[in-house]
Design a protein around this ligand. Sequence first.
Ligand SMILES: O=P(O)(O)OC[C@H]1O[C@H](OP(=O)(O)OP(=O)(O)O)[C@H](O)[C@@H]1O
Ligand SMILES: NC(=O)CC[C@H](N)C(=O)O
Ligand code: SF4
Ligand SMILES: [Mg+2]
Length: 447
Amino acid sequence: MFAPEKDVQSYIHFGLYALQHRGQESAGISISDGSDIKTKKKMGLVSEVFQGDTLENLSGYNAIGHVRYSTEGDSSVTNAQPLTITCKLGKISIVHNGNLKNAKGLRKRLEEEGTIFQTTTDSEILAHLLAKSSYNNIIDGLKEVASMMKGGYTFLLMTTDRLIAFRDAHGFRPLSLGKVDGGYVLSSETCAFDTIGAEYVRDISPGEMVVIDKQGITSTTLLEPKDPSLCIFEYIYFARPDSNLIGKNVHLVRKELGKELAKESNITADIVSGVPDSSLSAASGVAEALNLPYEMGLIKNRYIGRTFIKPNQEMRELGVQVKLNPVNATVFGKRIILVDDSIVRGTTITNIIKTLRDAGAKEVHILISSPPVKFPCYYGIDTSSCGELIASKLNVEEIRTEIGADSLQFLSIQGMVRAVERVPGLNENTGYCLACFNGEYPVTEED
Ligand SMILES: O=P(O)(O)OC[C@H]1O[C@H](OP(=O)(O)OP(=O)(O)O)[C@H](O)[C@@H]1O
Ligand SMILES: NC(=O)CC[C@H](N)C(=O)O
Ligand code: SF4
Ligand SMILES: [Mg+2]
């Protein structure tokens, strides 16, 4: 956020709360009063990292913040963001959402040239590329090096007196621009604007760079835009339902996914339930389309957080067990249609079906509001090998047996795209990345 007349500390702090669902491992803030950048970051949730006196001495009119979901490099405080460096371009602080497809190659080349990395993240690569660029100003430096990075990335950079933002040429990860109290704010999701009372202005386009300073805001093309490929999994699972991505409300998209799924299914039951939180919108769409009662079959312990984005399988399994409990009175003796938004590793659904059966459910029919996830993601979701994806090893019937469901149905790829396109947005021509469902990768190593 950049607001010359304000201390932006609390805006960034509360904005990060709104984005907590995007990363739960570490949180951090860099802030500048125009003369120096101060950075505070630690492992933990926003509420754990910024408490007591941690926010003291953090004041200024220019700031960036980050919540980390690790996709490259281990989950450690060394890898926490923002990453603040000092180089020939001055002091720069960097935050990154996404994942560089060519991170390993770039790191190897830089290391061979003598670069000493402080972290094991892909995000640090930009810092070194910039420091080694042939220019002495950050904007020209970025123009020179940005195209060396392939994959999915949204970056925010701050110097003491400037805020810079850009998205990769395909626009895998979202970024929106807002206005508040005489300043500008940028966020991966619009839900943070609502939290801090900011007004939504527009989304940043794929390949676009915006620079904000005391003179105002300027926009340039940093990278020639390529086929727009917004991550469709943002709509399915990752983003918060109250956010709008390219103007499409996430809750409404999920509801349409549920309606489309209901159309493709021929199951009937006594009640429809969702798996809290992320599938509740889709479940309400299924119930509405099938004209069946929508019931609370499971309750989520709100202190556990998301399990899919935890950094290892042991933590994910423990998390699921503690997180979801059946509402016995609702499920006992019932034929249930249970809707979830996705089956990725299969950790969640296997556990829940058992829980529902133990609670006396008569039949458990599973409807999934996305197609089977068969292919790894290299652009910012932490599923980088086929081996961990249940649908890359087993067909639908084998998955049904493995998870112990009475029936199992996934949404078709065409149904998913139809549902997303049906919801009005800002740019109807935007395309989506579907690679984890269809194996067609918008960016490969050779690009
Ligand atoms: O097949 P899996 O590997 O288990 O992954 C998929 C599950 O994880 C996600 O929920 P999560 O609990 O992370 O988030 P939520 O609380 O927002 O629903 C998602 O909604 C599925 O339930
Ligand atoms: N979730 C993210 O955006 C991750 C950013 C970066 N790839 C990291 O692992 O730190
Ligand atoms: S592969 Fe899947 S999760 Fe990754 S960016 Fe594409 S749609 Fe999103
Ligand atoms: Mg979920």
